[in-house]
Design a protein around this ligand. Sequence first.
Ligand code: GLA
Length: 382
Amino acid sequence: MLQSRSPLCLLGLSLMIATLSAQAAGLSSEHKNFGKTRDGTPVEQYVLRNSHGMQATVITYGATLQALEVPDKHGKVEDVVLGFDDVQGYETGKAYFGATIGRFGNRLANGAFELDGKRYQVPQNDGSNALHGGPQGFDKHVWKARPTQGKDSVGVTLTYRSADGEMGFPGNLETEVTYSLNDRNELRIDYKASTDKPTVLNLTNHSYFNLAGAGNGDVLQQLATLHASRYTPVNGTLIPTGELAPVAGTPMDFTKPTAIGKNIKANHPQLKFAEPKQGGFDFNWVLDAKGDLGKLAADVSDPQSGRRLQLYTTEPGVQFYTSNFLDGSVKGKAGKTYAHWSAFTLETQHYPDAPNQPGFPSTRLDPGKTYTQNTVFRFSAQ
Ligand code: GLA
């Protein structure tokens, strides 16, 4: 009997067991249409649910986290991420709401880098710099998707093949991003990539969180802890100086729970670089967890709703950005508008401009090697 079981049959069996255990744990998923892009490409929407009312919605446009319903201390569910109700919002949007960012998250000085003596140029879409992989980054493509099941989670795996030379980056790059939800209220994002030529890579997710609910005011009273004793200070175009500076004695010190708004308007040159008019945070913090997924990297809570978000990651850094460029002019989900400081991001990443910064951890990926990145957003309410 045993020899008649092909590997395919065993795979089917283990998938079935995973499905049954996921169902037993109260997890479910479904997918449906989410409209079409301007050029007529269909976009799908995957909805992952757990038994505590948490629900994560991912769309294939930009491998984007489109919605994230999370219960508060009374069990009341709210969508805690900014976004749009239709594909057109994402196609025309410039804020990267919920998107998967690639090939290179954050900035590359002058859009350029050198690899093995050769210079590469990425289109400059942020003044003289390249931001988030250039104007047609991973956030502006429709990904392929398939439903997945883990031992104790439901998920969706999205894939995208970026051709050699796309946005100036070398190598054909195969990228895979899996979102999964379990019954411990953890949304996990796992990234994988491989290349056929040496290249650089820095993938992240650009969700904008407001723990009071997207569009429900600003996040200035929400309490943030960043387990980071250093950050990477920047110049006037938000390119790191190369220094890893202590946060102690600066508004960047979030080592203890601190209201996001407490020092946001402080008269500090770094805050002026991030947002010259009103101030704001938009920096990379050097995480003390040093890539240990078991160690808490950041912790944000909303005293009003009781919602709490704890962050774990294999990445050495996190960009904590307080949506300084939002100004209420964009209409988001359910007709709500998103004002200045109405959300924060926790973009887990390698440090900005790493290919041009010899002192920073390397972002190089070689053929035959697999890039991985794992990030967990754990939600609770108290
Ligand atoms: C990142 C950058 C910000 C801003 C946003 C997108 O967080 O660091 O400066 O460009 O993306 O608006």
